[in-house]
Ligand binder design. Structure first.
Ligand SMILES: Cc1ncc(COP(=O)(O)O)c(C=O)c1O
Length: 362
């Protein structure tokens, strides 16, 4: 395993004997009788094969993920959503009561919540507000993550960032990774990458041993209900360690595996890609329609499937929308997104309803 990863993994995991499940001991095949996992032999009507435990990391699905993300199959660890990837990686790198993470707020809340549950300390280097958008404070991130007294193990970067929608510069992220090799892991959350013109940094994984990328089928492949995501590292020994020591015995539900296969098939993924284009067009249309609205003071440039909108009466508008059965996300009382609401882009019909609300709001 490369030293940039190995030197930062908790010793506890290096020493740990992973659990070997019955499924791992013997590959499933039709010509064997499986009486080794205490499964119930009686399938119930309409629930065929659900009496059997699923394969922990099905090879064919790993290959389908790898094709979708342009990486090698052995680099992929499939998880229950990107959320579970965050939990696994925090546990793997952060020693409770000792280590820390670094986040760049305003950003996705789960990074901090997971760290707190370890508990691991959290350091913050806020995004810089520049010309109506956000950028990474590269020098401060590097300074803090290199400060040995802070024990920062994970640096979270989310691009496009939730809740701001900002694509952060790949060049800057590349430099941060290079500077932090041997000091910290950079966890790049690309949950919204398919909506972004900049695309992914998966092509940089081989060059950057301390870069780990999170992806998900929840947004671009419309599969949030099945909880399928992954993380990707170009180090096969690292992913092998994770598979043998860090995953639950049967982490992926069988129906979720089937649904992931289905959305990653050429036919369905072509539809998903068309829908992504529609959502991007709709985001641009909503932005154009709202640009001159008298209530709105700023719309942050977005490369994702949502818009962050600043308005003086943000909380009042959120309440107004709720009264009309439209639920938006209120960020108005959060540091860095004062007076802001986040609107998820939906179908043209739904978006028109939100636009009409802005017109009728007093
Ligand atoms: C930035 C970011 N990362 C991760 C997630 C979690 O995604 P998943 O549904 O794959 O768990 C979300 C969900 O909204 C998100 O916005």
């Amino acid at each position: 395993m490369n030293n940039a990863l190995k030197s930062l993994i908790r010793q506890h995991y290096i020493d740990l004997q992973g659990y070997v499940s019955a499924g791992m001991e013997m590959n499933k095949s039709a010509d064997k009788l499986f009486m080794n996992a205490n499964e119930n032999p009686y399938e119930l009507p309409g629930l065929e094969e659900l009496n059997r435990y699923p394969e922990p990391q099905p090879a064919a699905l790993k290959e389908a993920y790898a094709r979708a993300y342009g990486v090698e199959a052995d680099w992929v660890i499939m998880t229950r959503g990107a959320d579970e990837a965050i939990v696994i990686l925090t546990k793997l790198f952060c020693e409770p009561h000792k280590d820390a993470i670094l986040i760049c707020p305003p950003t996705f809340g789960m990074y901090g919540v997971n760290a707190s549950s370890m508990p691991a300390q959290r350091f913050e280097v806020p995004l810089l507000k520049e010309q109506g958008s956000f950028t990474l404070d590269k020098d401060e991130i590097i300074n803090q993550a290199k400060d040995n007294s802070k024990n920062i193990k994970l640096v979270y970067i989310c691009s496009p960032n939730n809740p701001t929608g900002t694509s952060l510069s790949h060049e800057t992220i590349f430099e941060i990774c290079e500077e932090l090799e041997g000091h910290a892991i950079v966890l790049l959350d690309e949950t919204y990458a398919e909506f972004s013109e900049q695309g992914s940094m998966c092509d940089d994984l081989e060059a950057l041993p301390n870069l780990i990328i999170l992806r998900t089928l929840s947004k671009s492949y419309a599969l949030a209900g099945m909880r399928m995501g992954c993380f990707i590292s170009a180090d096969n020994d690292f992913t092998q360690l994770v598979r043998s020591k860090c995953l639950d015995a049967y982490p992926l539900p069988r129906l979720s595996i089937e649904a992931a296969f289905h959305v990653l098939s050429p036919e369905i993924s072509a539809i998903a890609k068309e829908n992504i284009q529609t959502l991007i067009q709709e985001r641009k249309r909503v932005e154009t329609c709202l640009k001159d609205n008298k209530h709105i003071t700023h719309i942050y440039p977005s490369d994702a499937n949502f818009l962050l909108i600043e308005m003086e009466k943000a909380h009042e508008f959120w309440q107004y929308a709720q009264k009309h059965n439209i639920i938006l996300r209120d960020f108005s009382s959060k540091v860095g997104t004062e007076n802001c609401l986040r609107i998820s882009i939906s179908t043209p019909e739904d978006n028109d309803k939100v636009l009409a609300l802005f017109e009728s709001f007093r």
